[in-house]
Design a protein. Structure first.
Length: 319
């Protein structure tokens, strides 16, 4: 087995290369003409497959994509390495092609596989997030933008979203080392962001499409509890007082109605879903994540209002 042909695009000082290789080859040229760069292609291919190697290691050990890519590459800046392998005396050959480029990282979010056991209110979480993500990102710059969605399972065997990547560390993991004054500023930034989200108004109550929308807040809450009761029954879980609670919901239907239009509730606003970064002028929030549980309802239902001890700085900004 030998290399019979080599094709390159934007590899180091080579714009394009397409050369047939004989059993024996000699490289001749002046200094800095690219002989070492040409030979490094074969070392690169070796580094892809040796134990402890791999693509990331092969690229990183060469200084990254920007060091490998031809400096003259502009419009078509991807790097391509293609080789033809041929066995001695064989007519057929094997071609291997690897292409890569330096692009901004993205976040891949995968939905559960088909047939996964889910509670009714957990179904289509990824589709619901995709339906709301553009609206959220427009209202709050801290929400990553939706770049791509595929619910056909044509790309992978699971539904997927590609979201804008945001750097930073989880707030809950670094909170203890953030100075008091910087923490105060973060909570004010967070309060301002949450207020902007809660100001978004919808036309129906409940989860976003593909879930059913409801013209009545009370009807949606009753429906939500009814579906949860069905899930518990199917799982063989008995909850004391659940039947009585469902009766009381129906009896208090009028008190559960809202006079104002539905407003957005994120549903998962806690510090582990918030990324923060340290800059020269202090700490700032870089992203608010995981909006798959968002719904249209009453902002007072945001669970952090009842389960987190939010500092005064949050309320100063939230209003």
């Amino acid at each position: 087995m030998r290399f019979a042909q080599l094709k390159l695009e934007n590899w180091r000082n080579f714009d394009q290369v397409d050369v047939r290789l004989q059993d024996r080859a000699f490289l001749v040229g002046p200094n800095a003409s690219g002989k070492s760069n040409f030979l490094d292609v074969f070392r690169f291919l070796r580094d892809l497959v040796v134990p402890g190697g791999g693509f990331e290691q092969a690229v990183t050990s060469r200084g990254g994509v920007s060091s490998i890519r031809n400096l003259a590459a502009r419009r078509y800046s991807g790097i391509v390495v293609e080789v033809c392998l041929q066995a001695d005396g064989a007519e057929c050959d094997w071609r291997y092609r690897i292409a890569f480029a330096q692009r901004a990282p993205v976040v891949l979010r995968l939905g559960p596989p088909a047939g996964a056991p889910l509670l009714r209110h957990e179904q289509a979480l990824l589709q619901r997030e995709a339906a709301l993500q553009p609206l959220l990102a427009d209202a709050c710059p801290l929400i990553p933008k939706l770049l791509h969605q595929d619910f056909t399972c044509a790309t992978l065997e699971r539904p997927l979203l590609l979201l804008e990547y945001r750097g930073g560390a989880r707030w809950d993991r670094v909170g203890e080392r953030i100075p008091v004054r910087a923490a105060h500023a973060l909570w004010m930034q967070f309060g301002d962001a949450v207020r902007n989200l809660h100001e978004l108004q919808g036309s129906v109550f409940g989860f976003p499409p593909p879930a059913q929308g409801w013209s009545s807040h009370a009807q949606w809450l009753i429906h939500l509890v009814d579906e949860l009761a069905l899930d518990l029954e199917q799982c063989g879980i008995a909850v004391a007082g659940l039947a009585r609670f469902r009766e009381q919901l129906r009896a208090c239907r009028a008190q559960l109605e809202l006079s104002q239009p539905p407003r957005l509730v994120h549903g998962d606003l806690w510090p582990r879903n918030v990324l923060v970064e340290q800059h020269d002028d202090g700490w700032r929030i870089s992203a608010i994540l995981d909006a798959e549980r968002a719904f249209w309802g009453e902002p007072a239902a945001e669970w952090i209002f009842g389960f987190l001890d939010l500092p005064q700085a949050f309320w100063e900004a939230y209003g």
